[in-house]
Design a protein around this ligand. Sequence first.
Ligand SMILES: Nc1ncnc2c1ncn2[C@@H]1O[C@H](COP(=O)(O)OP(=O)(O)O)[C@@H](O)[C@H]1O
Ligand SMILES: [Mg+2]
Length: 526
Amino acid sequence: MDYVWWMGTLILVCMLAYLAFGALSGSFAAKASSGFARNLRHDMFCQLQKFSFSNIDKFKTSSIITRLTTDVMNVQNAYQTIILIAVKAPIMLIFAMTAIFTINTRLALIFLGIAPLMLIGLYLIFRYAQPVFTRMFTKIDRMNNVVQENVRGIRIVKSYVREEHETEKFTSVSNSIRNDSVKAERALNFNGPIMMSSIYTAMLLISWIGAKLVVNKKMTTGQLTIMFTYTMQILLSLMMVSMIIVMLVISRASAARIAEILEEEPDIRNPEAPIQEVKDGSIDFENVSFSYSKDKEKCCLIDIDLHIRSGETVGIIGGTGSGKSSLVQLIPRLYDVTSGRIKVGGVDVRNYDLNVIRDNVTMVLQKNVLFSGTIRENLCWGNAEATDEEMRQACEIAQADSFIRSFPEGYDTYIEQDGTNVSGGQKQRLCIARAILKKPKILILDDSTSAVDTKTDAQIQKGFTELVPGMTKLIIAQRISSVENADRIIVIDKGRISGIGTHQELLAGNDIYREVYESQKRGGEE
Ligand SMILES: Nc1ncnc2c1ncn2[C@@H]1O[C@H](COP(=O)(O)OP(=O)(O)O)[C@@H](O)[C@H]1O
Ligand SMILES: [Mg+2]
């Protein structure tokens, strides 16, 4: 009885220790995996900030969001499970196996016979499920893309009565995810039965052979009981190991997708010894060619040679798709040239510090956005230290001051996400004001007054000449009237410069310009 008491107490102590350490390891694992996920998200987000426009072109927004959320969560779960059991399970397995072998080697050999069968089963599951998971994640990307596009464009969807079509699109991708998910999970769920049947086969064989050994007095009943206890332990640890494998299958696809973002090389980076000051606002294009795909055959700008003096106002006219936006995006290094070079202030743009060049060359993008926040906050993007007076001045030039004042809350009016509560023309004027407030050396407006009425447009152009002297201005426009008074006008056609000159010169010498002018004049007179 003494021995029984003594062993009973020992087992109780072991159980309590198991409980305490189990709780501790659970809480450490939770902390570690949550922290790991946070670090991953943080690094991915910081990496995204370093991406150039062409890096961004490569990944879809929806895919980036899935990677930052679902994929990180998969990896986090796998990581937590693995650190909880990856050490425990093999140790349990080894101890139980050793115990069984020391009791009866012949009985223990049963396990060695069954183990390879089990491993082959697991391997087959792994091989089948992995590609299905990879495929499923791509489809989840697509579903997110469908949802995102739909929600963003819900007004257009409604006005074109496309709800049914959109629902169909969504249902089809959603069904396809379900099918893949069923396939993958079904394969993974084979795992349990394989484990169970292997272990019960082992039990059956042990009972059979063990019973004979006991009858023949080669083994005691106690030893057989212990055999069963350890067999259960082996079962338990094998279940854990297979759980790790399942987790690896799911998370490997996610991990690869995360790595894709982390390993993407930002293709526009700071030079070795960056120049910190832009001398003036002159711009020189020297034999510049540019292609989005880095494929020299598919250039959308070809052999551009162009010299703009500091302080000059230059208009740019050309059909849609002729390369106007592409041309000006090269100046603040949103993209890098494919061949040739661009100088600002006499220095190659690639030699400047990225922040310096972008601070000095401000561009009002064609597809511009306002962020949710007050008008004041949005304007301060350009210049955090701007005073109210400076802000008002900038808004006056951009013809935004009067409509801002007409809002009940004036400059503190809240702009909704994507600027849905201001009109297209108002949004454009706010974006122009934001750019002016930055007081750059070069200001580029890419079709920034397309939604503004002709009269207001003329006032904005006039404001530019009077109030912002010394600033080089590049104005891309559809209307001749927006650029008529510029010092020089550039006509772009199919990626080449077709003519440069003043309004009068181009009227006399450039067919494309004259055609555009006449069609617009005729439209106006009618
Ligand atoms: N991000 C991009 N990736 C690939 N091709 C692009 C991209 N942006 C524009 N393009 C292509 O480059 C050409 C010139 O476009 P763009 O400079 O935007 O013309 P514009 O501003 O004169 O209307 C077009 O043929 C367009 O399809
Ligand atoms: Mg454009």
